[in-house]
Design a protein around this ligand. Structure first.
Ligand SMILES: [Zn+2]
Length: 63
């Protein structure tokens, strides 16, 4: 072996991140503190899909 370097043309290596990419941090649900589909910058009440669905059910059944 006389100094032959491995030729691994890996010029675009991807960092191993556990977090899903492409997206701001999500706001927590105001009811159960679960992460919602809305970014933290969302104004007003943020609900996770579950609570959002429940709220819809409630309002639909009211009256
Ligand atoms: Zn919730």
């Amino acid at each position: 072996m006389d100094g032959t370097h491995d030729r691994d043309g890996s010029s675009c290596e991807t960092p191993a991140t556990a977090e899903p990419e492409g997206g701001p941090p999500y706001a927590a649900c105001v009811l159960c503190q679960e992460p919602t589909e809305y970014p933290e910058s969302t104004k007003g009440i943020t609900l996770c899909p579950v609570c959002e669905w429940r709220e819809a059910e409630r309002t639909a059944c009211s009256g």
